[in-house]
Design a protein around this ligand. Structure first.
Ligand SMILES: N[C@@H](CCC(=O)N[C@@H](CSC=O)C(=O)NCC(=O)O)C(=O)O
Length: 283
């Protein structure tokens, strides 16, 4: 496994906002990722790590430049890892739409051509990247995971499917039922083909319905009520309905007047960081 190569580092709240590149064997291309390293890295103890998955049209820099998470992460001593949202490079297949291809990996393992030679974002986030982070940083064994929109969908699916690796999961305005919304149907058809049974493993509502009574991970979701995608892409509410039916312990908060943007995320990110910190420190 190729190691992470530091390509940029800037002082930030006593720590460093860093950017790395590496060759991903899983994605079969070169990738960049952003990592906030808090000042506590100088101490000898293992640091808690939160992975952040961004949404459609993003790369590894949207979260670190817009969410304003570093001040509280520096206070808590928490490493923030922000990967890119898809494989990159001239040889990687793409689509004209913003909701498929580069910038729209949907955190799934594609099985269909032309996507299947690079688009393995699920394995990248769950396997390759955690191993690289463990190799590079003195960190706690288990991680937490959060995300926004398509990245919120990734965080819910990955957290629900890997309770042994994640202490807690949170999401802002997540896609929760990709099998039933336009963004999801388009992406899952392209990446996985027409057989909808192969889509179920990547549908947070399906996973919650199937296993939410048996496997539980602490969960927090925030949703703006002025979000243009709330109804059109069926965000949050179908998941909340199932959580209520099966008594799943998810905290779901609605906020009047807030839209889908990073201004919404910046307004509530502190609560997410403190939520994850509590759970990360209990291991
Ligand atoms: N261009 C599209 C919508 C693009 C968009 O809103 N992207 C969001 C994530 S949406 C779900 O995954 C985002 O995070 N954008 C980047 C940012 O920095 O704001 C359209 O116009 O409909």
């Amino acid at each position: 496994m190729a190691s992470l190569e530091l390509i940029a580092s800037t002082n930030c709240f006593g720590g460093q906002q860093q950017r790395y590149q590496h060759h991903s064997e899983v994605l079969n291309c070169d990738m960049k990722l952003s990592v906030f390293v808090p000042p506590q890295v100088q101490l000898s103890h293992r640091l808690p790590v939160l992975f952040w998955l961004s949404g459609l049209t993003c790369n590894d820099e949207n979260f670190i430049t817009k969410a304003g998470a570093q001040r509280v992460a520096a206070e808590l001593g928490m490493i923030l890892v922000a990967p890119d949202t898809s494989p990159r490079g001239d040889e990687v297949a793409d689509d004209e739409g913003y909701d498929l291809g580069k910038g729209a990996g949907f955190y799934v393992n594609a099985t269909q051509a032309p996507w299947d030679s690079h688009y393995k974002m699920y394995d990248y986030i769950v396997e390759e990247l955690p191993a690289l982070i463990r190799d590079t940083f003195h960190c706690k064994a288990k991680f937490s995971i959060a995300g926004h929109s398509m990245g919120g969908h990734g965080a819910l699916v990955i957290g629900l499917s890997n309770v042994q690796q994640y202490m807690s999961v949170s999401a802002f305005a997540p896609i929760v039922n990709p099998m039933a919304c336009d963004w999801g149907k388009k992406a899952l058809t392209a990446y996985l083909g027409e057989d909808k049974t192969s889509w179920q493993q990547y549908d947070a509502c399906h996973l919650l319905q199937q296993q939410g009574q048996f496997l539980q991970v602490p969960m927090l979701i925030d949703q703006g009520l002025a979000d243009d995608f709330l109804d059109s892409q069926k965000l949050t509410r179908p998941f909340e309905q199932i959580a209520k039916q099966i008594n799943y312990p998810a905290e779901i908060n609605y906020h009047s007047g807030y839209d889908h943007s990073y201004y919404f995320i910046a307004s509530f990110i502190e609560n997410h960081l403190r939520f994850h910190y509590r759970h990360l420190m209990s291991q």
